[in-house]
Design a protein around this ligand. Structure first.
Ligand SMILES: [Zn+2]
Length: 152
C-alpha cells in the first residue's frame, strides 16, 4: 500500500507500515518525507462495510439486564482504551434479542477477547472463549446469573 494513506471512512492513517488514529496524522504531517496522502479504506472500515464481524461477545444472565448501563459503559471504555493500541478494533454493533441476550460485534478478534477479559475482571461471572483460527473468528460467551449457552 502506498504511504502515507488515509482511510476515507474514518480518517485512520497508514504510515510506517502501521495504522494510527486520525489524531496521530498531525504528527505524520511533520514527517520530513511527508507526501500527499492516498485515500483508501482501512481494514476496520472494510469489515464494517462487509457487515461480517471478526469477533462476537455474547452476554446473558440476570445480572446483564439489571446492570446494563454499567456493562455498556465498561464495553465502550475498554474499546476506547484498546483503540490506542490498535486503531482497527471497533464495535460494529450491539444488539439485544427477545430473550434479553446481548451480542456485541467487533471488527477484530482481539477486541472481542479483550472485552471478555474486561467483563470477567469487572463483573466476574462465567466466560468462555471460542477461537476458530481457520475462519479468523472469535466468539466470547459471558454470563452472570444465568446459564451459558454454549452452542452458537
Ligand atoms: Zn477506516
Amino acid at each position: 500500500m502506498p504511504e502515507p494513506a488515509v482511510c476515507e471512512g474514518c480518517g485512520n492513517v497508514y504510515a510506517d507500515r502501521r495504522w494510527s488514529l486520525p489524531e496521530t496524522a498531525v504528527e505524520s504531517n511533520k514527517h520530513p518525507h511527508f507526501r500527499p496522502a492516498t485515500l483508501v479504506l482501512c481494514p476496520a472500515c472494510e469489515i464494517e462495510k462487509s457487515g461480517v464481524a471478526a469477533g462476537y461477545v455474547h452476554l446473558e444472565g440476570r445480572f446483564l439486564n439489571e446492570h446494563w448501563i454499567e456493562i455498556e459503559r465498561l464495553l465502550l471504555n475498554e474499546t476506547a482504551r484498546a483503540l490506542a493500541d490498535n486503531p482497527l478494533g471497533r464495535i460494529m454493533g450491539i444488539e439485544t434479542d427477545d430473550e434479553g441476550a446481548t451480542t456485541v460485534r467487533t471488527t477484530t478478534e482481539h477486541l472481542a477477547q479483550r472485552l471478555g477479559h474486561a467483563l470477567e475482571k469487572a463483573f466476574h461471572g462465567n466466560v468462555r472463549y471460542d477461537f476458530s483460527h481457520e475462519n479468523k473468528l472469535t466468539h466470547v460467551w459471558w454470563s452472570r446469573g444465568g446459564e451459558l449457552r454454549m452452542e452458537n
